[in-house]
Design a protein around this ligand. Structure first.
Ligand code: SF4
Length: 489
């Protein structure tokens, strides 16, 4: 970092994506180039925008290249080489999920591509973009993988699309480092190490390739755990299940050990996760000056549908302890729910009212599960999540003091903001939490029904057949349904 972003005349409206914008900021080079499978929407709902804004706020010079052409160097070479690293993401969802239906049919439309035609994101985008960088920049700065596609493919994993157990994506992508989970703090630490020439292997929240099994490190609680090798898990389902269990049990920042797994003649090493962010840190991340729009360089190719839902929505919290068996959130965001302050959310919403496109409608106030806002299990915040039981399965844990009071107050304050006409809760709501909340559950449900539903209430658990609910890791239908019917609202 030879010139800092702080040297620029002011915070840019968008993170630069063209050489002209870089020059206008007075930069001769950027420190970090972020490459993504989605278009560039400058929004707190878009991971690449968040990471870019966090790096900019810390003084790094950042550029974004969205949906580069993988058949030429036209796009990937646009900003030259970064001084510190390339950050590569498949986009907001795994590229294969974005490109295909569950039945394997190619999706024609894409909400995160200008014009809505799904013709810009390659399959296995992490691999395609890493190869693209290597093709046009032979000896370049480290390639760092991130986002959900990287997170969920960080060790050996079952890949339904090819019906095979694939090795860690770092090997296939021939990249250098992988950051997993919500990676703001990890990326800042990594950037600092790369700028100062420090040892990146001490950074929490990363995976890297090693020729040897790692030796003991003072930074992490030991001893390390060796997972069954890729070769074994690829041919033995029981070994794959055992591997996943150990991996899952070592996902909590308070208790996780460093993991390593032999993949061929080398090892993939996974450092323990970063501690969850504080509410204050989360407030700062979400109050960064996002433009809430598509960068004009990409916007000229047509409207971006995703903007309709995320532009004026509020993320009230992060994380989920639902642990539904089909869901990636617990592995990506973690089981710790961190709630933003009411003041921060109200400031962000008040900011909407100055935006020329705002029509008085807040499309969502939520997170992975809307009604996990504002309370958490004390034991978890002090010692980490339990390994031997779920917070909500087979039924809500007695240690979880559910109370919807804070969310009711937040929603009321948002409704009363000048310039706000409607506030919707479009994120899913867990009805078992409402039933557990003897003090405020009924009041919360009434508040939601009276003021905050636009069309359909999105409720979970989403099924009523007990054997299926059990497979989904959701509570039984009975006695919950009896008790909801017997309550008076
Ligand atoms: S005590 Fe209960 S709510 Fe707390 S972490 Fe353990 S299972 Fe979850």
């Amino acid at each position: 970092m030879t010139e800092t972003a702080a040297a620029s005349p002011s915070t840019p409206t968008f993170i630069p994506t063209t050489p002209r914008e870089v020059r206008q900021l007075g930069w001769s080079q950027v420190d970090v180039i972020l490459v993504t499978g989605d278009t560039y929407l400058d929004s707190a709902y878009i991971g690449v925008a968040v990471i870019g804004r966090v790096l900019l706020a810390a003084g790094y010079r950042v550029g974004i290249i969205a949906q580069p052409d993988i058949h030429s160097g036209r796009d990937i070479g646009r900003l030259g080489q970064p001084a510190l690293f390339w950050g590569v993401s498949g986009g907001c969802v795994d590229s294969l999920v974005a490109n295909y239906t569950a039945a394997g049919k190619r999706r024609k439309s894409d909400d995160l591509t200008p014009g809505g035609v799904n013709d810009r994101r390659p399959d296995r985008a992490l691999i395609a973009y890493s190869n693209l960088i290597r093709r046009f920049f032979k000896a370049t700065r480290p390639i760092v993988l991130g986002g959900i596609e990287a997170s969920l493919r960080r060790i050996s994993h079952y890949d339904g699309w090819s019906n095979t157990v694939r090795r860690a994506v770092l090997f296939d992508a021939k990249a250098d480092v992988l950051v997993y989970g919500m990676a703001e703090q990890t990326v800042l630490e990594l950037a600092a190490k790369l700028a100062q020439g420090g040892d990146i292997r001490t950074v929490r929240g990363i995976c890297y390739i090693s020729r040897e099994a790692p030796s003991a490190a003072a930074e992490f609680p030991g001893p390390d755990i060796e997972l069954p090798s890729h070769e074994r898990v690829a041919r033995d389902d029981d070994q794959l299940t055992a591997m996943f269990r150990t991996f899952y049990e070592n996902a909590d920042p308070f208790t996780a050990r460093r993991l390593y797994q032999r993949q061929d003649t080398r090892y993939i090493v996974q450092n323990p996760p970063q501690p969850p962010p504080t509410p204050e840190a989360l407030d700062r991340i979400y109050e960064l000056p996002y433009a809430r729009d598509v960068h004009p360089f990409y916007g000229k190719d047509g409207p971006v549908k995703a903007l309709e839902t995320i532009r004026f929505s509020l993320t009230s919290h992060r994380g989920c302890y639902g642990e539904c068996r089909f869901c990636a959130i617990a592995v990506h965001q973690g089981r710790h729910v961190i709630s933003r302050s009411e003041d921060s959310l109200l400031r962000e919403a008040a900011g909407f009212t100055h935006h020329p496109a705002f029509r008085g409608i807040i499309a969502d106030v939520g997170g992975p599960t809307a009604n996990m806002y504002g309370f958490e299990c004390r034991r978890k915040t002090e010692k980490g999540a339990c390994r031997d039981r779920g917070c909500l399965f087979p039924e809500p844990c007695t240690q979880l003091s559910v109370h919807h009071g804070r969310q009711i107050r937040l929603l009321g304050a948002l409704r009363r903001l000048p310039g706000v006409r409607k506030v919707f809760v479009a994120s899913g709501i867990r009805y078992d939490l409402i039933l557990k909340d003897r003090a405020a559950g009924a009041r919360y449900l009434e508040t939601i029904l009276r003021h905050h539903i636009s069309g359909q209430l999105k409720i979970a658990p989403e099924h009523v057949v007990d054997p299926l609910l059990r497979l989904m890791g959701k509570p039984r239908r009975e006695p919950s349904s009896r008790s909801i019917a017997s309550r008076s609202f």
